[in-house]
Write a protein that binds this ligand. Structure first.
Ligand SMILES: O=C(O)C(=O)C[C@]1(C(=O)O)C=C[C@@H](O)C=C1
Length: 353
């Protein structure tokens, strides 16, 4: 069988039910998804890693037979998550076109190595989801293990990171980490998984559009003929018709535009950015020199580096000014915290000179 080329189409759209539940639900969902004409690869969970035992853990092998039938009926390739060597063997036996490694497995080098060993000698396409924890080395390590097994067609799935406590999202997207991962492995296509980032339908479109704005290469979205009755992740699945509406609404960006007007406008604005950055660096350097002097005065007078009251008033002032400056309070707080930390580190050094 021909290896599925992840770069053959951009955006690459993968969709299907969270889980294969019954033959009818699987095949009917896949047929309706294929009928949208907007999906390139079908998906269905066959083995489901559930947080707690006792919930639906997937139908297993018979689900693979249904997906293979769905492929026959729709003409679309299919992919699925694998977590053990046995899963890989079964998926290959049923001719799966693409496999992916789930977030829980990516976080466990033993699991990834077991999957990699089972993949040796094949040339199937493999996507690697980010690990649950915000640890890029684990993600890079998993990709490297798969590549070391001889797999050439490898891609990434950004599904967000596990977060403690209430949040808008089921998994915190931490976009900056996905961006950093892209700069570490720029040759790998990056697919966004809004379903798992959101955990609900409310923000699917927003997250999908953001990934398109960030020049991702595609989307993996869960779709079910009747989401309310889904056996797993009911709240994040959409009907095939809602999937189509969502996909049609996304504006995909190009990496650049080849008109002289675009290049001129961008070049002019970037010159301004370069100038402002230079001034910012200069100001930061000046601020640190003053902090250095304060550090010496504190040392001479045996006064502590950290001054909680002063720091609070600096932060309060910044927060109050944020709206007038058109800056988000969150952004200004991050910047000020970084500056304060650097200032403290500098004074600590002086204290211990
Ligand atoms: O005001 C001070 O005492 C400083 O040392 C300056 C500074 C700062 O960088 O703004 C640094 C450390 C203190 O915790 C508070 C403020």
């Amino acid at each position: 069988m021909k290896t599925f080329d992840l770069k053959a189409k951009r955006p690459l759209i993968i969709s299907g039910p969270c889980s294969a539940e019954t033959e009818e639900q699987t095949i009917e969902t896949c047929k309706q998804i294929a009928a949208t004409g907007m999906v390139d690869v079908l998906r269905a969970g066959i083995w489901k890693p559930r947080t707690k035992p006792g919930s639906f853990e997937g139908v297993g092998l018979k689900g693979l037979a249904w997906m293979s039938e769905a492929r026959k009926e729709t003409g679309l390739p299919f992919g699925l998550e694998v977590a053990t060597a046995k899963h890989v063997e079964a998926a290959l036996e049923f001719g799966a076109d693409m496999l992916w490694i789930g977030a829980r497995s990516t976080g466990n080098p033993f699991s990834v190595q077991e999957i990699a060993d089972a993949l040796k000698g094949t040339d199937i396409t493999v996507l690697v989801k980010n690990p649950m924890t915000p640890d890029l080395d684990l993600w890079v390590g998993a990709v490297t293990r798969i590549r070391n097994a001889g797999i050439k067609n490898v891609g990434l799935i950004h599904r967000g990171f596990s977060a403690y406590g209430a949040s808008l999202y089921r998994n915190n997207p931490m976009w900056h980490l996905a961006i950093e991962m892209r700069s570490r492995m720029p040759e790998l296509p990056m697919i966004c998984d809004p379903s798992h980032i959101c955990g609900n339908r409310t923000y699917l479109q927003e997250v999908a559009q953001k990934s398109a704005d960030l020049y991702y290469d595609g989307l993996i979205l869960e779709s079910h003929i009747c989401p309310a009755k889904a056996w797993s992740d009911a709240s994040q699945q959409v009907t095939p018709s809602d999937l189509e509406t969502l996909l049609r609404s996304i504006v995909w960006r190009q990496s650049t535009a080849d008109t002289p007007e675009f290049h001129d406008a961008l070049a002019g604005l970037r010159r301004q950015i370069d100038q402002i950055d230079a001034e910012l660096f200069e100001l930061l350097s000046n601020r640190m020199r003053v902090s250095e002097q304060i550090g010496r005065v504190k040392k001479q007078n045996n006064v502590a580096v950290l001054q909680g009251g002063r720091w609070s008033s600096i932060l309060d002032k910044a927060m109050a000014q944020a709206p007038q400056l058109g800056l988000s309070a969150e952004f200004l707080k991050t910047i000020m915290e970084a500056i304060h930390l650097e200032s403290i580190n500098l004074q600590n050094k002086i204290m211990n000179e």
